[in-house]
Design a protein around this ligand. Structure first.
Ligand code: GLY
Length: 416
């Protein structure tokens, strides 16, 4: 066969590939990924150009419409550097790597933060990705110190990491040892620390915490309580309440998202099928819920305004003529379900499809920002905390982070 005939045959084969269903899907996937990455690059280029103070980490849009930042000790500092690492991983561009390093290193003193459990979120999303992508031994040192700081909040009498210091609930109950479902996310740092140090103590803490969370946070229908308050002396559960959800017995969408993601990750690290089962059934609760909108981006809580669910907090919800969504929960769940689907073999298909549906919703014009708009954040329509009356229907940096992670996971699964 002549060379030009070979080329024609090859072109025909490629055309054929793209006209099969799988081929069309791959092409469609490639199209939205390319568009999302272009938007993310444009937005974060402007974000970098307009955020020169490395002690102020982009977080959201303030009430006056300007970009709002936070410091190192807040729980959200690691997401912007983490997002930059995903952009580096996705594009391979040295520019993103340079920016990711600078913003990551700006968090260095976070490794000593023992004031709350979020040292896991802050340091693993930033330094964790930094180490994964560069293998720089300095980053490993920082991560080990961060794991040490997080472990200092573990009390063997309770068997869990104390998420927050003592505080009062909305109805005045003193939480002496509050543990929140979000804390599942911080365990990844501990698994990492045991792997690289060969010291099992971090992993043991993570497993103990996850077992307690499975026992105490998860209801029989696999919905979740936000806060479990333990007796610090005996480890007995004193109360189960909410801080950011609609009511104590409701299911706060992002809390459920943290659980789905967290238990999937703990299964990856332990191969204990109880964690897989929990992740899967939490995902089923989420996906089969009659209150999940068609685009699979949840309202901020699954039980808002529902009979039998009574809030304790005072924020006036009637200020809104609609129930705010939480795109951040959808981004977390999309990323989690890409991983969960891979753990479930053939049965994983429906979770993969749900992950993709969510990613496509978030990639549409309702949620994905126009370049130059949205204070250069990527996603619109997330909700921080309605009971506290803040960050309602706004961009949130953690929505962007998990969106980029979901995009990267989707790309990797499909070799795009
Ligand atoms: N971890 C705090 C939140 O999800 O709002």
């Amino acid at each position: 066969m002549k060379d030009c005939d070979k080329r024609l045959l090859k072109a025909a084969l490629v055309l054929c590939l793209f006209t099969t269903t799988a081929g069309l899907q791959a092409q469609d996937g490639k199209t939205f990924v390319l568009k999302d990455v272009a938007v993310a690059e444009a937005q974060y280029k402007e974000m970098l150009a307009s955020s020169s103070d490395l002690s102020r980490f982009p977080r959201t849009t303030a009430e006056d419409g300007t970009r709002k930042y936070t410091g190192v000790s807040d729980w959200t500092g690691g997401f912007f550097p983490g997002g930059l690492w995903y952009l580096y991983e996705i594009t391979g561009s040295a520019e993103w790597k340079y920016a990711a390093r600078r913003w990551t290193e700006a968090l260095a003193k976070g490794q000593y933060n023992t004031a709350h459990h979020d040292v896991g979120f802050v340091m693993y999303c930033s330094y964790g990705n930094a180490y994964r992508l560069t293998k720089d031994p300095e980053y490993k040192k920082v991560l080990l110190q961060s794991a040490e700081s997080l472990s200092s909040r573990f009390d063997p009498k309770v068997g869990s990491i104390k998420s927050w210091n003592s505080r009062k609930s909305w109805n005045g109950v003193l939480w002496q040892y509050p543990v929140i479902i979000d804390n599942m996310m911080n365990l990844e740092l501990l698994f990492f620390a045991s792997k690289v140090s060969a010291d099992p103590k971090y992993r043991n803490i993570a497993v103990s915490h996850a077992l307690n969370a499975m026992r105490d946070h998860i209801r029989p229908d696999y919905s979740s309580y936000h806060v479990v308050n333990y007796d610090a002396a005996t480890g007995k559960v004193l109360n189960r309440q909410t801080c950011q959800g609609y009511s104590d017995n409701s299911t706060w969408a992002r809390g459920q998202a943290w659980g789905i993601y967290g238990f999937t990750m703990v299964y990856r690290e332990t191969h204990d099928r109880r964690f897989l089962e929990t992740a899967r059934k939490m995902a089923d609760f989420y996906l089969n819920n009659s209150r999940l909108p068609e685009d699979k981006v949840p309202y901020w809580d699954f039980n808002v305004n529902q009979k039998g669910y009574v809030p304790d907090w005072k924020y006036d919800l009637s200020k809104f003529s609609y129930i705010p969504r939480d795109a951040s929960a959808a981004a977390v769940v999309s990323s989690a379900l890409f991983e969960l689907s891979g753990c479930l073999g053939k049965e994983g298909k429906k979770y993969y499809q749900a992950a993709l549906d969510m990613l496509k919703s978030l990639s549409g014009e309702t949620y994905l920002a126009e370049p130059g708009a949205n204070n250069n954040f990527l996603l619109k329509h997330s909700t921080g905390s309605i009971p506290h009356g803040f960050e309602i229907d706004v961009p949130l940096i953690y929505a962007d982070y998990y969106f980029l992670e979901a995009l990267q996971r989707y790309k990797k699964i499909n070799n795009l």
